[in-house]
Each structure stands twice: as structure tokens, then as C-alpha cells.
Write a protein that binds this ligand. Structure first.
Ligand SMILES: Nc1ncnc2c1ncn2[C@@H]1O[C@H](COP(=O)(O)OP(=O)(O)O)[C@@H](O)[C@H]1O
Ligand SMILES: [Mg+2]
Length: 334
């Protein structure tokens, strides 16, 4: 297990600058780079691999400076979005390829390929060709091919983006299990916040070439430092209000903030509780699987609330016009 560290990385093209003063994946950690398309996730991975040479800064594996170590000597397993399997080779040969290049003896290759196939649940598929496999199976082969070289670091760049929802969910669970089992330091790239939350030890949220915040999924979800992080991780309520004597109110809905002046109050829809009362007016609602999402107007500001159906004290067929609103968990942005 090795720690991966970026220090003072700068890289620029005409209309894009990547600027990462410090970023690290701890030894054995599952770190995800999460951000919208074009924010610099792939470039960051390419710098770690050594495909891209930054204008400034250093890449370390443990205490070892990697800047001048060529990609093939960095001992990294990589999985891309488009499986990138060799179409004319069967599954066995696809997985064995990296070992043959490394001149590993034949019987050792066989042992390791079988081990990798078992790991990804594809034992018995050795003789198939890529075109005879589903997208999910092809991506399992790509994962086996990355792991068979026993890399010290595993990098995955949107490995599930080309698969449909059901398979994506199953495979992300598998990736997580395998990562745990091997304890391999992993950096995973995605633009899908749900995937990032489900799979990661920590997430680094990226925006326009910068890391906006890094933390555990729950830290980022309930205590975002910026509006961008808040919005990117899911539905949010953000109220800009003026606090007086340590307290801000939107109509009857009050928050103790312990400071005065302008504040941005942040809370998730599921932190909003609905009860009997007159705090706000239900403008509309949507039914979701097992849940209901309200839009509630309080003094001209719309608040989103989400509850399980079983939690609201009214029948949906007979909703009152006005309801009581309570917020159980909030944080202050900025
Ligand atoms: N070789 C390159 N030459 C010029 N611009 C590039 C190059 N590689 C990436 N970029 C630019 O860098 C930005 C970030 O790209 P990328 O790292 O691929 O983002 P992401 O993976 O988050 O979608 C984009 O604006 C892209 O156009
Ligand atoms: Mg990318």
C-alpha cells in the first residue's frame, strides 16, 4: 500500500488551468475525483500516470518522487471508460498481456490470470472474445487486466459511464469489494455524485481546474464549504439571510447561527420536517419511490422538503394548504 501525493501541480492550456496545491490519497484509500465534465479529472489522473507532464509540481508515491519515472515503471493499473480491450485476443490473452510484456514465466502467468478472473467473477470466460461479452463483462475484464500486474496504485477513469444503471450499481459494489480485499490505493474518477458517495472513503470535488473541497461523503454532503459543492452533491436549500442577535428567520422558520450579519444557511431537503402548522404554503409536490418531495413557499422563498410517505401527518389526497416546517440539521456556507 502506498500513499499518492500531488504537490504544487500547475498545468495550463490556452483556455484551461489545472491548479492543485496539494492532494493526496492515503495508503489503501479509495479516493474519488468528482466534478463536471471538463473540470480536469482526467488530466489529474494522466499526471499521476505520467502520460502528462505538469508545468510545475511533483507527484510522489510514498516518499518517492515520480516525476521522471516513465509510466510503465510506475506500476499502476488503469481502467478507462471505453474498455479498451484488444478485440483480436481472447479474455485470457487480454488479461495476460501485461504479464507477458513483463516477461513473467508461463505457469506464473496462468496462475495470476485465473486469480484475477476469479476476483472479478469471470472464471470460465478465458476463451471468449471481447465481442462475445456484455459491456459489464468487458469492464470486468478491463479491471482484471489492471489488477493482474499487482499494481501499487489503481486508477479508474469513469469506468461505469458506458453501462446501464442496474449493471453500474452492481459493478460499483464489486469494485469497492475488490478494492477492500486487496487494500490497494485507488483513485476513481466520476461525474456521478451518487456513485461517488456510494463507493468512496473520501471525495475531492473539482471545479474548473481546482479542488473545491475534500472530505468523506457525509462531510461533503452535510457540510459543504461552497455552494458549488452543495449543489453538485444533490438537491439543496440555500437561504441568504441577515442575522440579528445570533439568529436568522425566514418567517416563522428560525436558525440560531451564533453570529450577526449576512449568512448563507444550507440544508438538505431530507432535513426539513413537515408538521401541522402555518409556516409555509405547499406550492407543489412530486411522488418519488416511497417518498414525497414538496416545494413550500415561505415568505416568497421556495424550500424543498423530502420525506418518506409514512412520515407526514397528512393523507396525500387531503393535503392542507399551509403546513408547519422545521429544519433539524443545517450548516453555514462560507
Ligand atoms: N492535450 C490537451 N490540449 C489542450 N487542452 C486540453 C488537453 N487535454 C485536456 N485539455 C482541456 O483541459 C480541460 C480538462 O479536461 P479533462 O481533464 O479531460 O476534464 P474531465 O476529465 O474532468 O472531463 C478541458 O477543457 C480540456 O479541453
Ligand atoms: Mg475525463
Amino acid at each position: 500500500m502506498v500513499r499518492v501525493r500531488l504537490e504544487g501541480i500547475k498545468m495550463s492550456w490556452e483556455d484551461f488551468q489545472l491548479d492543485i496545491p496539494h492532494l493526496e490519497a492515503k495508503a489503501g484509500e479509495f479516493l474519488t475525483l468528482l466534478g463536471p465534465s471538463g473540470c480536469g479529472k482526467t488530466t489529474t489522473l494522466r499526471i499521476i500516470v505520467g502520460f502528462e507532464r505538469p508545468d510545475k509540481g511533483a507527484v510522489y508515491f510514498g516518499e518517492k518522487l515520480m516525476n521522471h519515472v516513465p509510466p510503465y515503471e510506475r506500476n499502476i493499473g488503469i481502467v478507462f471508460q471505453d474498455y479498451a480491450l484488444f478485440p483480436h485476443m481472447n479474455v485470457f490473452d487480454n488479461i495476460a498481456f501485461g504479464l507477458k510484456v513483463r516477461k513473467i514465466p508461463r505457469n506464473e502467468i496462468e496462475k495470476r490470470v485465473i486469480w484475477a478472473l476469479e476476483l472479478v467473477g469471470l472464471k470460465g470466460f478465458e476463451k471468449r472474445y471481447p465481442e462475445q461479452l456484455s459491456g459489464g463483462q468487458q469492464q470486468r475484464v478491463a479491471l482484471a487486466r489492471a489488477l493482474v500486474i499487482e499494481p501499487q496504485v489503481l486508477l479508474l477513469d469513469e469506468p461505469l459511464s458506458n453501462l446501464d444503471a442496474k449493471i453500474r450499481e452492481r459493478l460499483r459494489g464489486e469494485i469497492k469489494r475488490i478494492q477492500r480485499e486487496l487494500g490497494i490505493t485507488t483513485i476513481y474518477v466520476t461525474h456521478d455524485q451518487e456513485e461517488a458517495m456510494a463507493i468512496s472513503d473520501r471525495i475531492a470535488v473539482m471545479n474548473i481546474g481546482k479542488v473545491e473541497q475534500i472530505g468523506t461523503p457525509l462531510e461533503l454532503y452535510y457540510n459543504p464549504n461552497t455552494e458549488f459543492v452543495a449543489q453538485f452533491l444533490g438537491l439543496s436549500n440555500i437561504l441568504e439571510l441577515r442575522a440579528v442577535e445570533g439568529k436568522v428567520c425566514l418567517g416563522e422558520l428560525c436558525f440560531n447561527v451564533g453570529r450577526d450579519g449576512k449568512v448563507k444557511i444550507f440544508f438538505r431537503p431530507e432535513s426539513v420536517y413537515i408538521e401541522e402548522g402555518k409556516t409555509g404554503e405547499i406550492v407543489s409536490y412530486e411522488l418519488l419511490p416511497g417518498r414525497i418531495r414538496f416545494r413550500i413557499d415561505i415568505e416568497g422563498t421556495i424550500i424543498i422538503a423530502e420525506r418518506f410517505l409514512s412520515e407526514i401527518p397528512f393523507s396525500i389526497k387531503n393535503l392542507p394548504k399551509r403546513v408547519g416546517v422545521r429544519v433539524k440539521q443545517f450548516s453555514i456556507i462560507g
